[in-house]
Design a protein around this ligand. Structure first.
Ligand code: ATP
Length: 430
């Protein structure tokens, strides 16, 4: 008698079909779009596939609306035809043979199946047209290297050359080959992100190769590293990825003085609570991550990550603010002094400082500045002052500042109060 087939062999014999998961898991509009796209592709003699994160998330039953479609052939022409049908906006990159369609609240990426090779570690890959199989082989992890056929004759069939489905079941993050992190060390960050987001584990060999290849992160440009950090900060709980990165020695590749520990976990959680209903911005998370760095170290991080000017300013201002926290926590300082200490610093830096500080008094003052003090202005303006005979020039500015201080410290609460004060000051100087 023949032995019963093993589970793995049985799986190969029974094709997994995701048609009903597509129907149940996605808006009817997108399902209809994929069916039409599959038919149009077939009419052009092309095969069309759904690939990447959406396939992974369909199998996991997690919501995902990012359609990534791969065409065996030229994706741009197919995308153009579909754009006409849907009256969708299209952007194309003919050199990379990719296109993006957007309509209503939907967006769909089209790429032409390709194979990639790496001239040297860390370089961007050399791309050539390829088959679906080679396109899947260039991908980062088995769980992201599955496809679903959108051809009418095989609609919904799962294509899983590298064991992605089995890795999903075993909750494993596994690269497709030993040189994966050598080819592209940004996959190190991607791997940690998926591991922490999905609550999976890095498969043993993958973890060993990842550790071996951590030095390869030095070959990655600042722009690409910043992008990876942006992706980490878009996670629901970025601190989990950062702690894991710290544990493995990946975080210190961004800057040797960075640390992710209980302090950071608490600060990130607080940042999320305070930012509701929105998630915290990239700049806020980064300012908190960089909070314990010295001013000089912040400067190094800013230039190595090629931060944009506004984000760099927030990180720099947070470092400046940190030096003022001690003064801000003195019990006896007046609101006008709080104003002077904080005026000119970016509000996001002050939010970061208020989350990061251990001093409740300093925190309360920063909050008061953000919600109240920074908006305080005198009722009288420059024209009013000139109207009572003050010569236009620096004296006007100085008196307006004194009036603001009086308002801040509660010495004036009305326009009338300001007029009385002004008279007093003018009589003192005449
Ligand atoms: P997420 O849920 O994080 O958006 P995703 O899988 O959709 O996950 P993307 O960054 O949008 O991730 O990338 C789409 C797909 O492209 C991935 O699923 C993966 O197959 C492939 N990919 C992206 N970046 C890389 C990379 N650096 N190396 C190899 N493959 C990659």
């Amino acid at each position: 008698m023949k032995p019963p087939p093993t589970y793995a062999i049985m799986r190969e014999m029974i094709e997994t079909n995701l048609a009903s998961k597509l129907k149940d898991g996605l808006p009817a509009e997108l399902v209809g779009f994929m069916q039409t796209a599959g038919e149009l592709a077939a009419g052009r003699g092309q095969s069309l596939y759904l690939v990447g994160g959406m396939v992974r998330d369909l199998l996991l039953g997690k919501p995902n609306l990012d359609l990534d479609l791969v065409v065996e052939g030229d994706a741009v022409e197919l995308a153009r035809e579909l754009a006409g049908l849907k009256a969708a906006r299209i952007t194309t990159h003919p050199r990379f043979r990719t296109a993006k369609l957007t309509w209503a609240s939907f967006s769909v990426d089209f790429t032409s199946a390709r194979s990639e090779s790496y001239a040297r570690p860390g370089a961007l890959p050399t791309v050539e047209p390829g088959s679906l199989e080679s396109d899947l082989f260039r991908r980062d992890f088995t769980i992201n290297a599955m496809a679903v056929s959108l051809d009418a004759s095989r609609y919904g069939a799962l294509i899983d050359h590298y064991g992605g489905q089995s890795d999903l079941e075993q909750r494993l993050i596994r690269v497709l080959h030993e040189r994966s992190f050598v080819d592209d060390a940004t996959r190190i960050w991607r791997g940690l992100r998926y591991e922490q987001r999905l609550d999976f584990h890095l498969e043993e060999a993958t973890l060993n190769w990842l550790k071996r290849d951590i030095p390869r992160l030095d070959t990655i440009s600042g722009d690409r590293l910043r992008y990876e950090l942006e992706c980490v900060f878009r996670e629901a709980q970025p601190e989990k990825t950062l702690c894991r990165a710290d544990e493995l020695g990946v975080l210190t590749k961004l800057h040797p003085a960075l640390a992710a520990d209980g302090w950071l976990v608490d600060r990130f959680r607080l940042a999320r609570r305070l930012s509701l209903p929105h998630p915290p911005s990239f700049a806020l998370y980064l300012a908190l991550l960089a909070y314990r760095l010295s001013g000089e170290e912040c400067g190094e991080l800013t230039s190595s990550l090629k931060l944009s000017k506004p984000v760099a300013r927030i990180v720099r201002d947070t470092a400046t603010l940190k030096a003022k926290i001690k003064t801000l926590s003195y019990p006896e300082i007046k609101p006008s002094y709080v104003y002077r200490l904080l005026h000119g610093l970016s509000p996001s830096a002050i939010v970061a400082g208020s989350i990061a500080t251990a001093s409740p008094v300093a925190r309360q003052r920063m909050e008061s500045y953000l919600h109240k003090l920074r908006y305080v202005k005198p009722a009288l303006n420059g024209s009013d002052l000139i109207g009572v005979g003050i010569t236009p020039g620096p004296r006007v500015k100085e008196l307006l500042e004194r009036l603001r201080e009086a308002r801040l410290n509660g010495k004036a609460v009305s326009r009338q109060d300001e007029e009385v004060l002004l008279k007093e000051w003018l009589s003192e100087t005449t």
